[in-house]
Every structure is written in C-alpha cells, then in structure tokens.
Design a protein around this ligand. Structure first.
Ligand code: DX5
Ligand code: ZN
Length: 226
C-alpha cells in the first residue's frame, strides 16, 4: 500500500490565522485537512462549526476537508458540513441512533462517509455497513484534545480493521487519529493504516515541510518492508 495520505489536524493550528495555517501546511506537502468538531457534550471540549469550514473554502482551500464529528446528535451537523464544503465526514457510531441512515445521508450529499471508533470500542458497528463506508477512523487517543500519547493497543485494532477491509474487497480507507508522529508512523502504517492524522506533531514543529517529509520517509520504509 503506497497511497498514503497525511492529514494535519487543524486543532493544533493557530486559530487566529487559520486560513494561512491551512495554506502553509498544504504547501508543505499535506494531502487532506483534518477538521475536528467538538460540542462540549459528546467530548469535553468545544471547537469549530460549519461556518469555519465554509470560510476555508472561501479562502481558496481546494484540498479535501476531512470533518471529524465529535458531536451528538449527528445528522443535522453532518448535513450542515456537507453544505459548507466538507469532503469527508465521519462520526462516532454511539453518537447516532441510526448509523446506517447517517452514513447514507452523508453519501447522498456527495461526501465520503466514515465511522470513528474510540480506543475501547469494538469494530462491530462497521460490520453490516461496510458497503456504506468510504473510510474507518480509529482513535488512538481518547477524543477531545490534541497532544495526547498514542495508545499502543491501536496497533492490534488496526490489524483487525485492515483484515475486515481486505476481506470485504471494498475500497475503504483506514485512518488513524491521535498521537501520530515521525517516531511511530512507520509502525502504524505497517499495522495497516493508510491515512494519518497528526496535529501537534505537525503544527507544533517549526518547519511543517520538514516534519511532513520525515513522515513520508518513514512511510516509504513501511511500504518497502510490506
Ligand atoms: C482528538 C482529535 C485529533 C487531534 C489529534 O480528539 O480528534 O484529531 O487533534 O492531535 P494530535 O496529533 O496532537 O494527537
Ligand atoms: Zn480528529
């Protein structure tokens, strides 16, 4: 697997100059903009909504925007983000009463649909909706904050998710979110991930291009050893 995508999480960007930060990280080689939405209800933190997504589009951002919804209820905000220019929309299955319906309504609006699994949550909710999924996102920290430590058991779960995806024969991406950096991205890729969210590791570095290049170097080693 060599089509790896790097998705900086703007949670760790400087919100006072968000448009410039997103342009800078894309110029530095990022593929996807990871956009964390927190509602102080599903998670104990509050971030940004559809207006900010729309503002980034108006600012000229054309890269895919990967909206990670940590909110409940899900459906109305998913629709609002689709209307605001989101490309990918994911949600946590326990936050929606009707997971199949929520996935369908995301796809009906032309977005890629994903399910997000917290560290302690099994992959069962994905089993019967594989045909409605464009990606699976495994949390490798408990959601709510940037800058936390990668939970090692995610590597076991990534292998399980990779098997499920390969067995399905469907083109479902496998994304990982939380505590990803140059020191562990190779092992994470070798466990089966193909899409890597990184917040503090990228926005906390003085040179975004340098850290993204270092990540790609590690990913190339993972691809070579596959
Ligand atoms: C956590 C968010 C992550 C977070 C990742 O709830 O979903 O996207 O920003 O940040 P780092 O890479 O710093 O763990
Ligand atoms: Zn996220």
């Amino acid at each position: 697997m060599s089509d790896f995508l790097i998705a900086p999480s703007i949670l760790s960007a400087d919100f006072a100059k968000l448009g410039d930060e997103v342009n800078a990280v894309l110029r530095a080689g990022a593929d996807v903009v990871h956009f964390d939405v927190m509602d102080n209800h599903y998670v104990p933190n509050l971030t940004i909504g559809p207006m900010v997504c729309r503002a980034l589009r108006h600012h000229g951002i054309t890269a895919p925007i990967d909206v990670h919804l940590m909110v409940t209820p899900v459906d109305e905000l998913a629709i609002a983000f689709a209307d605001a220019g989101a490309s990918w929309i994911s949600f946590h299955p326990e936050a929606s009463h009707h997971v199949d319906r929520t996935l369908s309504l995301i796809r009906e609006r032309g977005c890629k649909a994903g399910l997000v699994f917290n560290p302690a949550t099994g992959l069962e909710a994905a089993r019967y909706v594989m045909d409605k999924l464009d990606f699976i996102l495994l949390m490798s920290v408990n959601p709510g904050f940037g800058g936390q430590k990668f939970i090692p058991s995610t590597l076991v779960k990534l292998r399980e998710a990779r098997r499920m995806i390969d067995d399905s024969g469907l083109p479902i991406r496998l994304e990982v979110d939380g505590g990803v950096g140059t020191g562990n991205i190779r092992a994470i890729a070798e466990a089966g991930a193909d899409t890597f969210v990184a917040g503090s590791a990228i926005f906390g570095a003085p040179d975004y291009a340098e850290v993204i290049a270092a990540m790609r170097q590690q990913l190339a080693l993972a691809a070579a050893s596959a």
